[in-house]
Design a protein around this ligand. Structure first.
Ligand SMILES: Nc1ncnc2c1ncn2[C@@H]1O[C@H](COP(=O)(O)OP(=O)(O)OP(=O)(O)O)[C@@H](O)[C@H]1O
Ligand SMILES: [Mg+2]
Length: 348
């Protein structure tokens, strides 16, 4: 039922979501550039469920950020979402909106962005303005979506800082972002994101810049907050090791397409796709923590020169000439939740 909803700002009942909070179907995003068109995302399906975390994993350039920016309608003007793409989201009042049909800066999208879908990023300093205190940022986020007094917003800000594990919150609330350590800033950014009680939290590599101990603490905090607040999380990372600590379900992306999906157990313990198996072997060891993954042989092709067929075939140790370079493989199901797109399994 794609794009049959008509004009923007319209809603329908939630039956097409099958109980999910968010359903992304056949998402295709291209960028117009001087050198030509870049197909950054090519037919991605994602589902987010309340109380669950979907990990989105893949190397640099696989389209993880672009896909989630489309959900927030934060793409630049050069991006084109294909008209067959659908992003359905269940609002807090129970109505379902087709996000691709909303005006990015319109009233409904502004209410959803920040209010119902919030985002945290790898680099908190990109979110925080250096001239405002941590408290200003949280209060602004609260006041943008709720009619409460400034005093009440301030009290909520202090409570939120306390909740995300920042000691002495009534003093910290008046401090500037640069006065906080990296881990504390990341906690403060989570407080900003959670200030409007979102039903969906998108986390784009939120722990990549942190050392491994702080990273583990932030992941534990996110799990705890999810249990308490029941939101759905889309968690982006290039590290399957992090996925195993935070996600319930996983999709593995490569050059704008999904190679494998399943529960975290299925994808980590029973990985089928050679790309997933390579990512697992590339889980950062102690000596390389904090670096980006480069352990898989061969270069990631430029999206301007997407390989035909399965895009991974140019680097795949098990590629079959004449097969893998001809068409994208059909989906093979290993369980109701475990799916792989790879010719090694087609027809099995
Ligand atoms: N504004 C843009 N103009 C042109 N191409 C873009 C733009 N933004 C992203 N892309 C391209 O879209 C593709 C997907 O990018 P995206 O940022 O989603 O990757 P990613 O999976 O988030 O990677 P990373 O792990 O490095 O963050 C890349 O090839 C990127 O170069
Ligand atoms: Mg990214």
């Amino acid at each position: 039922m794609r794009n049959s909803i008509g004009t923007s700002e319209t809603s329908m009942n939630g039956t097409s979501l099958d109980g999910a909070l968010l359903k992304v179907e056949n998402l295709r995003i291209a960028f117009r550039t001087d050198e030509g068109q870049i197909q950054a995302v090519d037919g991605v399906d994602l589902t987010a469920q309340t109380g669950r975390t979907l990990g989105i994993v893949g190397e640099s350039g696989s389209g993880k950020s672009v896909s989630t920016h489309a959900i927030m309608r934060l793409l630049p003007g050069t991006a084109v979402i294909h008209p067959d793409s659908s992003i359905q989201f269940r609002r807090k009042d129970g109505t379902v909106v087709e996000i691709t049909q909303l005006a990015p800066t319109g009233r409904e999208m502004r209410a959803i962005r920040g209010g119902e879908i919030a985002m945290i990023f790898q680099e908190p300093m990109a979110t925080f303005s250096p001239v405002y205190t941590i408290g200003n940022h949280i209060m602004e986020a609260i006041l943008a979506h709720e009619e409460v007094s400034k005093q009440e917003a301030r009290e909520r800000a202090i409570h939120l800082l306390d909740r995300v594990g920042i000691a002495n919150p009534s003093r910290r609330v008046d401090q500037y972002p640069f006065e906080l350590s990296g881990g504390m800033r990341q906690r403060a950014m989570i407080a900003v994101a959670l200030s409007a009680n979102p039903s969906l939290l998108i986390a784009d590599e939120p722990t990549t810049a942190l050392d491994v101990t702080i990273q583990a603490q932030i992941l534990a905090l996110m799990r705890e907050l999810q249990e308490e607040m029941g939101m759905a999380i889309l968690f982006i990372t290039h590290d399957l090791g992090v996925i195993s600590q935070i996600a319930h379900d996983v999709v593995v992306m490569y050059l704008g397409q999904i190679m494998e999906r399943g529960t975290v157990r299925e994808v980590i313990k029973e990985a089928k796709h050679p790309y997933t198996q390579n990512l697992l072997q590339a889980i950062p060891r102690l000596e390389s923590l904090g670096q980006r993954l480069h352990a898989i042989g061969g270069r990631i092709p430029s999206p301007m020169e997407r390989p035909p067929g399965c895009p991974f075939h140019t680097r795949c140790p098990q590629a079959m000439p004449g097969v893998c370079d001809k068409a994208f493989p059909e989906t093979t199901h290993f369980s109701p939740t475990h799916e792989v797109n790879c010719f090694l399994y087609e027809g099995s």
